[in-house]
Write a new protein. Structure first.
Length: 209
């Protein structure tokens, strides 16, 4: 075999190995990048849009102060970004920092004044912040947007009963809920709450959503 042939063969082997190495490195880098992007993806689902059937089986991700600060910094650069506003409001809500969540829900609602979910989330935050009258007023605004909004009616029962001790208003909200969605699974528990025995035992944090 000629020396030239051997040299050409060796060069081909080396070139093939180099190409394979480069391709393998690019594939590995792409996989690492995709994994990092997936792990950093924010979930901006609204509280009021979460129903028992859609609650994930895995425990929720704990929001750290660093996460909240990162969202606030992002909002400084994009103050009218609806996803960032609702995302920060939701995370503050989940951390039981209701008073801090309220202004972000208000800002989001100014961007989408007909978004019934944001309106109801604001009402829920107001209730947990100790403002039942404001919560009821906000829920009534939600019903102006969507008179058949199930979660708003559900919450009105709770807030009227636990926040205002107004059994008649709570019963009226429940009657509207029953007329719209008679098979709603929360109706039996809400009816039980309206009984004399149930009124004194109800914890609003377990039933409002």
């Amino acid at each position: 075999m000629k020396r030239e042939t051997i040299a050409v063969g060796a060069s081909c082997l080396l070139l093939g190995g180099l190409i394979g190495y480069i391709i393998g490195t690019q594939v590995a880098f792409k996989q690492i990048k995709e994994a990092a992007q997936s792990s950093n993806r924010q979930d901006f689902a609204l509280p009021s849009s979460t129903t028992p059937s859609s609650i994930p089986e895995t425990p929720p991700t704990v929001t750290t102060s660093a996460d909240l600060e990162a969202l606030k910094k992002a909002l400084e650069a994009a103050p009218e970004n609806l996803s960032l506003l609702t995302g920060l409001a939701n995370k503050l809500y989940d951390a039981a920092r209701y008073k801090e969540a309220i202004p972000y829900y208000r800002r989001a609602l100014r961007l989408e004044p007909h978004n019934v979910n944001i309106s109801t989330d604001l009402g829920t935050a107001l209730f947990y912040a100790g403002q039942p009258d404001d919560a009821i007023a906000q829920f009534n605004r939600s019903l102006q947007i969507d008179p058949n909004h199930i979660q708003t009616l559900h919450n009105l029962v709770i807030v009227n009963l636990n926040g205002k001790k107004d059994v008649n208003a709570a019963r009226e909200a429940l009657d509207r809920l029953k007329s719209i969605d008679p098979n709603n699974p929360s109706i039996p528990s809400l009816q039980s709450m309206l009984s004399p025995q149930g009124t004194s035992k109800t914890n609003p944090r377990q039933t409002l959503f």
